[in-house]
Every structure is written in C-alpha cells, then in structure tokens.
Design a protein around this ligand. Structure first.
Ligand code: NDP
Length: 331
C-alpha cells in the first residue's frame, strides 16, 4: 500500500518536503480484522498541531511512519461479523490508499443519497463541530446576531448555514472576494473579505447592533475584534485558532480581555471528540435530511490521488480551496 509519512516537525509553515510517499507491505487479514481500500480521506487543521512534535490534546504524529486521519473506505475483505465485505466504512486510516484495520475500530456508514465524501465533512467531524459549537457551546437562539470566521471553510460554512436555518442573523468572513460571494449565495446576511476589510472595521459597519455570538475559527486579531463588538452577555464558541497554527512563538493575546468582565462575556473552548457519545446521533438525525434536500450545501474541494495529499494539506491551511478539502484516492 502507499502512505504519506512525515519527514520532520516543521517550524513555521510546512512545505512539500515535510512529507514523503512510502510503500508498505500490508499484513494478512486476521480474525476480527478487515482490509480497507481508501476512497477518500480528510486533511484537517488539527493535523498541523500533530506535526508540532508536542502532545496537545492528541499525540504528535510519528516521523517516517504511518499517519492517521479520517477516511471513507470500502471493505474488500472481512473477518469481522458486523462489518460486511463491500460496505463503506469510516475509519481513522487516512493518508494511505489501503489498510488492514480492526473491525471494531471502523464505523459502517449509513446508506444515504449523498456523496460519501460528505461523511468527512458536513455529515462527519467538521459538520458535527459546527453543530456542537452552535448548540452546545454558544447555545444559539433564533434572535441572535452571530459572526462566523473562516466562514467559507469546512466548519464555518456549515456553522453559518445551520445558524441561518435556525433563524439567526449571520455575518461571515473569508479570505477572497470569490469566497465572500459564495457566502452570500449560501444565505449569509452579510459577508466580508478579512484581507481587504479587517474585522475591526467591517463588524462595526455590518453589525450596527453588535454581536450576540462569535463562532471563532481564527483567534488573534479576529477574536480581539469580535470581543470589541460582542454585546453584554455575549457568547463565543472558541473552536480553533488557525491564524496562529504556524506561529513559531506564542503570539500576544487579544489586548481587550477586560471586555470579558465589563460585558459579562462567556468564552468557551471545546473539542468535538468530547461530544461523540452524547450528541453525534442527534446531530446526524437533524442535519442529514438538510444535506440530502440541499437546505445545507456541503461545499467541498476534491484533490485526486494520494500524491497530491501534501499539497492539499498546504492549500487547506492557506485557503486555496472552497469548503471541505478532501483527497480522493479510489472509486
Ligand atoms: P477550513 O476548511 O476552514 O480551512 C482553514 C481555513 O482557514 C483556510 O482555508 C483559510 O481560509 C482560513 N485561514 C487560514 N489562515 C487564516 C488566518 N490567518 N486568518 C483567518 N483565516 C485563516 O478548516 P476547518 O473548517 O476544518 O477548521 C476550521 C477551524 O476549526 C480550525 O481552526 C480548526 O482547528 C477548528 N476545528 C476545531 C475542532 C474542535 O474540536 N474544536 C474540530 C475541527 C476543526 P480563508 O481563505 O478564509 O483565509
């Protein structure tokens, strides 16, 4: 099988040299195991944290060894009673084109009239992250004004559309005019390009009555601006801080933390994996019909072939894509 390995723990921005393509021999399929052929796998921002060489809330990736990440695969051989041959499964065996896995460690996917790649995005980890942030962390209400950063991305585009579906007034920011136009098509009430129109100016203009909720994917100056415009008792779901993932030194925090006291703000970070057990089924029941009937558009950018995975990862980080970035490796 072919796999992508890590060659180094990059300081600052990773490059193509951070990765290598390797050939490995797969073991025979033993009792309780399945052989998987990968159809598509996910490249995600949290993987940058796993390339730091330090433990955060997950272990670092090993060097020159098998990486993992979410993948949708077809079962081509099974010695597990509950995972039939031919079924499509979700596993953590990404970054490779085939794998031998424990049957207990894969989830057989439901048969739904959607592209299987959506189980890596809108109906998978990223869609669920959007739902948890809105429902469980920010406790979004229909009369809220919400701002979503990195809004054209995998999490942000679903968060914005779910918030709109709930009746909230939704403002989004993204890094190009084409992405901003797409946010308007997706039903965002207001959208702006943070590269040409900084949040500290744009939010004052686009949210004249202030913000009730901030869905933070970015951190840094964007969080500082959102805190400035949050109303009394405002809530922020702190989902990610992509603006600092390549930083070599911890950057200065928002300078206006005193807002938390004076405006009685509630900022809460969260990690989606804490919520699988309690909430994934509820999410899937609520959101699958909305993706199937097109109420929620699951935008994605698909790259072809395992060789292109490193470039796909770099483009995901820098914004050279729309919606969820997925690497397709099989039919
Ligand atoms: P995206 O699809 O949103 O891809 C990341 C995007 O962030 C880029 O494409 C880019 O788009 C934008 N970006 C990059 N650098 C900056 C910057 N300096 N300032 C503003 N925007 C920037 O990724 P995901 O949707 O998968 O993830 C979004 C966030 O959610 C990340 O922070 C991630 O870590 C977090 N996350 C958290 C989880 C949790 O459990 N807490 C789970 C999953 C994701 P653009 O063109 O707009 O700049």
């Amino acid at each position: 099988a072919r796999e992508i390995h890590l060659t180094e723990y990059p300081k600052g921005e990773p490059t193509l040299d951070t990765f290598e393509l390797a050939e490995v021999e797969l073991p025979e399929v033993g009792d309780g195991q399945v052989r998987l052929e990968t159809l598509a796998f996910s490249v995600d921002p949290y993987m940058r944290g796993r390339m730091s060489g330090r433990r955060t809330y997950v272990d670092p990736f090993p060097l020159h060894d098998t990486l993992d990440g979410a993948a949708v695969s077809r079962v081509v051989d099974s010695k597990h009673d509950e995972v039939p041959e031919g079924s499509l499964v979700l596993s953590q065996h990404g970054w490779r084109d085939a794998a031998v896995a424990l049957g207990d460690a894969v989830r057989v996917l439901p048969e739904l009239p959607v592209s299987h790649t959506h189980f890596l995005g809108a109906l998978g980890l990223t869609g669920f992250t959007a739902w948890v942030g809105l429902e469980r962390i920010a406790e979004l209400r229909a009369d809220d004004v919400i701002y979503v950063s990195a809004a054209a991305g995998a999490v942000g585009s679903i968060a914005g559309q779910l918030a709109k579906h709930k009746g909230a007034t939704v403002i989004g920011s993204a890094g190009s005019d084409a992405k901003v136009a797409r946010l308007r098509e997706l039903g965002f009430d207001e959208a702006f390009n943070y590269k040409t129109d900084p949040p500290k100016d744009a939010l004052g203009r686009l949210a004249p009555d202030g913000l009730d909720v901030y869905f933070d994917n970015v951190g840094g100056d964007t969080l500082e601006a959102a805190m400035h415009y949050l109303n009394n008792f405002g809530r922020a779901a702190i989902c990610g801080m992509i603006s600092i993932y390549n930083a070599t030194e911890p950057p200065p925090g928002p300078r206006n933390m005193s807002n938390i006291v004076s405006k009685r703000l509630k900022l809460q970070g969260f990690i989606v994996s804490d919520h699988w057990q309690d909430d994934f089924q509820t999410f899937a029941q609520q959101v699958s019909p909305l993706v199937i009937d097109g109420t929620i558009q699951a935008d994605e950018t698909i790259r072809e072939g395992i060789e292109d995975a490193p470039q796909a990862f770099l483009d995901m980080l820098s914004g050279n894509k729309q919606g969820k970035m997925v690497v397709k490796v099989g039919e």
